[in-house]
Write a protein that binds this ligand. Structure first.
Ligand code: NAD
Length: 495
């Protein structure tokens, strides 16, 4: 067991203060690999202070230089992509290939930020009134905070800090205490690329650190990604203090399979999207809705594919790694155990195929005849359990999607373009896939759900990310001949 301490990153230095810590494990072995420090309120204050002190100079850096720096950040992150991915696998458990791809989806947002001189362009209107011109600019907010979940320890922080910094803000990240090492490596890489000390800071911890950030008068905006109850808490506490906030919550993503779909392709997609990263993705497919009699063939096709999946240490050549903790594995297995009592059928029981050893493994499970009102349907399981439910019609299937309290992603599998277009119109979710099971938007669009999957109104990265991390200012100007000047108490008209 290692008790090496993982400290905070404040003003370009690692701070190890010997206070309270939480254990960090390798989920594939169950072995403790380190201790992460939990920040006190005073430590959070000093990180915010460092970010505040760095803000004026960082904001004043020309856009040309900031863009140049972002090109360097891209190079440094690509050069260290494997190392970041290895840390993600070691503390999260996902396979190395999955972790490598995660870093890639984060780098795409850095690439988008290389275009910051274009993204920050304002508007100009000449002669809006006689001799009067108007232009608009977008300016940074100041110190922004990011609070991130365990399931994407590299990518989700990158989705936050990259646009925040590109817009001229400074940043304090509070990553998940379960896998804190990748964010620390990112801090070092940002310094290596040339980001000045204090512009990017990391504090570790739990609710104390989060609530200190939410209560801090110098934190202007908060981005959060995690479970729905915490997202709601963060949104309420941030906005009641007048902070800008985007808080992304949990999910229950439905994939509808229509009778005309290619069953093999739909089964490939369902298996990939349900069991990738052991189901610990907010865009994982957790419910397949089989419409109009495709259920039996689809369940059989999924079952056959599950039988070929390998489960083991994510650092080895396997399809699926462990879950994040032993408690989470027990919770997920509980849904499988209780399913028959609620009227569902266990088609594949992952509890029996689970590898030996002390790792937090749980092999894929498949439940059939799952319905609303059953725990396996109503809860976000966040593990390798796929539920199949059946409906007679497209309308019933869409009703399931739209009645669900979550609205992150949803997908439809069909060869009928007309129905697909109708689904795009009907679906109450922020991200819709048409024959795409995990429709995470490309970096020039924005990521975010509806309903209980997002509190706030701005999605992450892309244009909405730029909007979130800036505020608008409109400048009205005129250059009249002083000889024509006179007092006029009338309300200014624009004619
Ligand atoms: P979590 O809500 O437990 O933790 C998220 C962050 O909040 C962590 O940094 C954690 O330390 C902090 N936190 C936890 N409890 C807190 C409390 N009571 N008060 C203040 N802060 C607290 O989430 P998790 O288990 O790390 O991540 C999994 C969840 O995140 C799932 O629900 C998943 O759907 C969701 N998620 C959503 C998205 C999305 O884009 N909508 C993306 C990834 C993950």
């Amino acid at each position: 067991m290692s008790t090496d301490r993982i400290g905070h990153w404040i003003a370009g230095k690692i701070n190890v203060n010997g206070g309270d810590t939480g254990p960090v494990f390798n989920p594939a072995t169950g072995e403790q690999t380190g201790c992460v420090e939990f920040a006190t309120a005073a430590e959070v204050d000093s990180a915010v202070e460092a970010a505040k002190a760095a803000f004026p100079e960082w904001r004043a850096m020309s856009l040309a230089r900031r863009a140049e720096l972002f090109f360097r950040i891209r190079e440094v992150f690509l050069a260290n992509r494997e190392e970041i991915a290895r840390l993600v696998t070691a503390e999260h458990g996902k396979t190395f290939a999955d972790a490598f791809a995660e870093v890639g989806r984060g780098v795409e947002v850095i690439e988008y930020c290389c275009g910051i001189p274009d993204h920050l362009k304002g508007e100009y209107a000449e002669q809006v009134s006689t001799g009067v011109d108007v232009h608009s600019v977008r300016q940074p907010l100041g110190v922004c905070a990011g609070i991130t979940p365990f399931n994407f320890p590299a990518m989700v922080p990158m989705w936050m800090w990259a646009p925040a910094l590109a817009c001229g803000n400074t940043f304090v990240l509070k990553p998940s205490e379960k896998d804190p090492s990748a964010p620390m490596l990112m801090a070092e890489l940002l310094r290596e690329a040339g980001v000045p000390d204090g512009v990017f800071n990391v504090v570790h911890g739990d609710r104390v650190a989060v609530d200190t950030l939410l209560g801090h008068p110098d934190v202007a905006a908060v981005s959060f990604v995690g479970s729905t109850p915490v997202a709601r808490h963060v949104y309420e506490q941030a906005t009641v203090r007048g902070k800008r906030c985007q808080a992304l919550g949990g999910a229950k993503n439905h994939m509808i399979v229509l009778p005309d779909a290619d069953i093999g392709m739909a089964a490939d997609a369902a298996v990939s999207a349900a069991y990738g990263s052991a189901g610990e993705r907010c865009m994982a497919v957790s419910v397949v809705v089989a419409v109009g009699g495709v259920g039996d063939a689809l369940v059989e096709a999924i079952r056959q594919r599950i039988a070929k999946l390998t489960v083991g240490d994510g650092a080895d050549q396997v399809d699926m790694g462990p879950l994040i903790t032993g408690e989470h594995r027990a919770r997920v297995a509980g849904y499988v155990r209780k399913a028959p009592g609620e009227g569902a059928t266990i088609v594949v029981d992952g509890r029996v195929a689970t590898p030996d050893g002390d790792g937090y493994f749980l092999a894929p499970s498949l439940l059939d005849h799952v319905k609303p009102g059953m725990k396996a349907y109503d809860d976000e399981i966040f593990g390798p359990v796929l539920s199949v439910t059946r409906t007679d019609t497209y309308e019933e299937a869409v009703r399931l999607v739209n009645d669900n309290p979550y609205g992150n992603g949803t997908a439809i599998f069909t060869r009928d373009g007309g129905v697909a277009r109708r689904f795009q119109w009907d679906a109450q979710a922020g991200m819709v896939g048409i024959n795409v099971p995990i429709p995470v938007p490309a970096a020039q669009f924005s990521f975010g759900g509806w309903k209980n999957s997002l509190f706030g109104d701005t999605h992450m990265y892309g244009r909405e990310g730029i909007r979130f991390y800036t505020r608008g200012k409109v400048i009205t100007s005129r250059w009249p001949d002083p000889a024509t000047s006179r007092v006029d108490l009338g309300f200014p008209e624009t004619r």
